[in-house]
Design a binder for this molecule. Sequence first.
Ligand SMILES: [Cu+2]
Length: 264
Amino acid sequence: MFDFMTWNGQVPGPMIRVRQGDTITLTVRSAASNTRPHSVDMHAVFGTGGGSSATLMPPGGSRREFFKCMYPGAFIYHCAVPNMDEHISRGMFGMIVVEPEDGLPPVDREFYLGQHELYTKEPFGSTGLLQFDYSSMEHEDPNFVLFNGTVGAFTGASALKAKVGETIRVFMVSGGPNLTSSFHPIGNVWKNCWPQGALANAPLHYVQTQSVPPGSCFVGEMELPVPETIKLVDHALTRVARKGLLAEIAVEGQANPGAYRAIS
Ligand SMILES: [Cu+2]
């Protein structure tokens, strides 16, 4: 267990999804039971601090801002108070997707993941309420690296589901605050991949591992020609083997021995 700081009680924060040209009025509120100030810096926003100056609020406060989504892409939003590294590590990051004016092409399923690291006094595997550790954050040496704030998120019975023959899209936001993700689907490949979530550009094709720096996003699509369990990982694999980072997609359907089979 850990005392997260969240938007709407989830890590990553809710995906906000709009179209290029849309105008947004955003209202943020901070519970009176909070003890720290918070704000929102959205990388989809032209304006001082990505709106963080307009949204800076004390415990119990609320703020409203207006912005126009003038360019397309998948963008991080995050808290931007002076202790922003701690607040992001505690969970204050999410994604706003500004689709191009014509929208993204349809796919069969979409998934939303957020990678970030957690700095605790206690080692990986500890139980009970864990304490935040400023020293390991200063050394950028976390004990936990997580998808969606959970050790082994979306694994086993909680795996994400898809079917052979479908096309799926993965949105991933890299909160950091410090580590770059080397994002790879074990057993598959990013057929279409938008580094940085930069949807104004043509996608790259058949990308194996894509860097997703902290403070950025990723959009990738996969074909599913065979039944398998795809493991979404950061290919800096110590983070998978020893720090808790893993999400699985269980792909069910007919075997496709012309594409893949075990021989002996
Ligand atoms: Cu905050």
